[in-house]
Ligand binder design. Structure first.
Ligand SMILES: *Cc1c(COP(=O)(O)O)cnc(C)c1O
Length: 430
């Protein structure tokens, strides 16, 4: 056995060889070595403990090192960690799939399991294109998307992200061309203003013949701006997709599994999409897994067309370990009083972040479910603010003007109060 890496060596190797998300290799941005994680706390290698406000980007809903998750994964590991999914199947995949079919809106019956959120979006887009191809409309290879959306970093997923923040200029000759409608400005909890709907209807009307689907994040636009929009807009979007005969893809990768106060954000509008993507918290943050669900109609139509099969098949499709993590995470969530718990977190975020409303440097504070957002007037200085958060004993990772929290669902009122108080202190000083 090798000696464990010293923190100095770890940081040296990291600095010399490792890329981080959206980072430069030659960067003076600090990275913090995590030695372990337990409950809602990350322990750094120098012994400092941070209360985690990010749930590892929406994922770790049950916190870290959860005994029930650990036991289920250990037992699956001893049974089998992975087998290929071509020509083989297994109980973890079937059990997870049955849960997904039972929990999501009734028309969603057919499930494609893949390895990450971006891939599940690629799969959704392929499904929509193959559906129209089977129906003799193979010119429908474009998508309609909302500005300020985020759907992932692979090429097709990137093409439906916001065109300005989504790197479209950099990759312009390789990215498929899509059509965009303005971000809905009608807020969550309010009716939808006519302009928002008119813009969507106009785009559908104009591009209908070339568009396979409208893709959107229901209710909460995540990495594209942490924006909560009117449920009536989503309802209208569903109606307009039916009217103009365009499929609706709901990207629930960030919103799924309770984060917004409903199990899926589509439930705020009582709608069912034709295709739905889930990921992120699907496995409680233990493993990378995503799923794309669709209706009998879409699946059967794909089957009847050319080439008669759905054209996708990742190596790690339906990994038994990941399926076990997902199934266990869903059971843990549903066996808790999760609605009351999300309401509790919403209340804690509301109360805890409210002082920020008084600050001159803050534009607004908004909270929905277990998501709390402080929108600043100016972009934050990442290096200094990150250091300040760490020194205050909390883990918060802002982007641009957005300082936001999406804590693990298991966070106690006491820890949430410490998290928000320290966030407020750091924000007031910046
Ligand atoms: C994170 C995210 C994705 C991409 O998922 P990855 O697992 O990072 O590929 C897609 N859509 C939404 C809404 C997301 O939040």
């Amino acid at each position: 056995m090798q000696e464990p890496l010293s923190p100095q060596d770890l940081l040296r190797i990291d600095r010399e060889h490792i890329w981080h998300p959206y980072s430069a290799m030659d960067s003076d941005m600090p990275v913090y070595p995590v030695a372990s994680a337990q409950g809602v706390r990350l322990t750094l290698s120098d012994g400092r403990e941070l209360i985690d406000g990010m749930a590892s980007w929406w994922c770790a809903i049950h916190g870290y090192n959860h005994p029930v998750m650990n036991t289920a994964l250990q037992s699956q590991l001893e049974n089998m960690s992975h087998v290929m999914f071509g020509g083989l199947t297994h109980a973890p995949a079937a059990e997870l799939t049955q849960r997904l079919v039972d929990l999501t809106p009734a028309p969603l019956q057919k499930v494609f399991l893949s390895d990450s959120g971006s891939v599940s979006v690629e799969v959704a887009m392929k499904m929509a294109i193959q559906y129209w191809h089977s129906r003799g409309q193979s010119q429908r290879q474009h998508f309609l998307a909302l500005r300020s959306g985020y759907h992932g970093d692979t090429f097709a997923a990137m093409s439906v992200c916001d065109p300005v923040t989504g790197m479209h200029a950099l990759f312009k000759d390789i990215l498929p061309q899509q059509f965009f409608v303005p971000q809905p400005l009608s807020r969550f909890g309010q009716p939808c203003v006519e302009e928002d709907i008119a813009a969507l209807e106009q785009a559908l009307n104009q591009h209908q013949k070339d568009v396979a689907a409208l893709i959107l994040e229901p209710i909460v636009q995540g990495a594209g701006g942490m924006w909560f929009y009117s449920a009536e807009y989503l309802q209208k979007a569903r109606e307009l997709c039916d009217k103009y005969k365009v499929l609706l893809i709901a990207d629930e990768i960030a919103t799924g599994f309770g984060r917004t106060g409903k199990l899926f954000a589509c439930e705020h509008a009582n709608i069912s999409p034709d295709i739905m993507c889930v990921g992120k918290s699907l496995t409680g943050g233990y493993m990378s897994l995503a799923a794309t669900l669709t209706t009998e109609e879409v699946a059967n139509t794909i089957d009847k067309g050319e080439p008669g099969v759905f054209m996708h098949g990742p190596t790690f499709m339906a990994s038994p370990l990941a399926c076990t993590a997902a199934q266990t995470s869903i059971d843990l969530l549903l066996s808790s009083d999760w609605q009351a718990n999300i309401a509790r977190l919403q209340q804690g975020l509301e109360t805890g972040l409210a002082p920020c409303r008084e600050f001159d440097n803050v534009k607004e504070v908004r909270v929905l479910g277990a998501i709390g957002v402080v929108e600043m007037k100016q972009p934050v200085e990442m290096k200094t603010i990150t250091e300040a958060f760490v020194n205050a004993g909390i883990w918060v990772r802002p982007f641009g003007k957005l300082v936001y929290l999406m804590p693990p669902f298991v966070m106690s009122d006491e820890d949430l109060a410490i998290l928000t108080q320290n966030l407020v202190k750091v924000v007031s000083a910046c």
